[in-house]
Design a protein around this ligand. Structure first.
Ligand code: NAP
Ligand code: MN
Length: 266
């Protein structure tokens, strides 16, 4: 198999990646960064997010596997001391995979001659106004749903629901559910201003459109990417046609992972 080993810059990850490359080569694989069939990440969830964006243009042609050097992650299944088992399971690989939904983001601008920008997110996208209260109209499937006032909004995938979304009070979604979640960040709610005030989950054939009412500078995030944007007219969010594929050599039970990450031993 043509395999890319993608690691973060921590010394433990650099050493582990070096060792893993040796073992993969010894087992008859080749190392290929430009056109891999499999991407093994070494680090944390953030490392897998970075690898996802590095290879976002060929998601349908490759699969990911995550090795973690810190705590157990949501995208990382293998422990640092399990390299031999990982290499062996790759040698017996039959091409199995599991896939999860991604978020498709389209930003359009007031200036109609400016091209729409298109992004994919694995975790989420957030929009925040830099200098004062954000006022936006939220449309669901082209129908005006609410006028939001507050710090910002987060739109997350099911696998991203345990990341920023959860800190903003969103629900944890099982990644088999093909849906997107809209979560408020500090909404203003009083007699004059009214939003739903709770996270909402839209179905797979629906989309969310956020229309900006006041021209200003906004911060739009796409996973760990920060985009400072002015003159935004609207952002449209829907489930992407592409999905991320994981080699399913080991499939940790989702709720056990959630328990391990957030609750620990009872
Ligand atoms: P980071 O600042 O290192 O990430 C923050 C934490 O989120 C890290 O512990 C990271 O795990 C974890 N994480 C990432 N994806 C996750 C997921 N799907 N489920 C549960 N935890 C997850 O930055 P980063 O590693 O580059 O990750 C970027 C992500 O961080 C963003 O997409 C956003 O979701 C999240 N974030 C969260 C907050 C917040 O909760 N207030 C603020 C900013 C960003 P690792 O240590 O394994 O990397
Ligand atoms: Mn991180």
């Amino acid at each position: 198999m043509k395999i890319s080993v993608f690691h973060n810059q921590q010394s433990t990850s650099i050493l582990l990646a070096r060792e893993l490359r040796k073992k993969l080569l010894a087992a008859g694989n080749s190392i290929c960064e430009s056109d891999p069939e499999l991407v093994v990440t070494v680090g944390g969830d953030g490392t897998l997010l970075a690898a996802f964006h590095r290879y976002a243009h060929k998601l349908n042609e490759l699969r990911f596997v995550g090795v973690h050097t810190g705590h157990l992650g949501f995208y990382t299944d293998w422990r640092d001391y399990e390299l031999d088992e990982l290499v062996e399971s790759l040698s017996n690989d039959q091409g199995e995979s599991v896939s999860y939904p991604l978020l498709d983001i389209k930003i359009s601008y007031q200036d109609v001659s400016r091209d729409t920008q298109h992004f994919l997110a694995l975790n989420e996208s957030t929009i925040k106004r830099m200098n004062s209260t954000m006022v936006t109209d939220v449309y669901i499937k082209d129908e005006l749903f609410e006028r939001f006032r507050g710090d910002g909004l987060s739109i997350s995938t099911p696998t991203g629901s345990t990341a920023y979304n959860k800190s903003a009070g969103g629900a944890v979604l099982h990644p088999r559910i093909n849906a997107l979640q809209l979560t408020e960040i500090a909404s203003l709610n009083n007699r004059v201003y009214r939003t739903l005030g709770s996270p909402l989950i839209i179905a797979s054939d629906e989309w969310i459109r956020i229309e900006i009412s006041e021209e200003d500078e906004y911060l739009v995030t796409v996973d760990q990417l920060n985009l400072h944007q002015s003159n935004i007219a609207a952002i449209q969010y829907k489930i992407a046609a592409e999905r991320i594929h994981f080699a399913s050599y080991r499939h940790t039970h989702f709720w056990r992972r959630v328990k391990d990450a957030f609750i620990g031993e009872l």
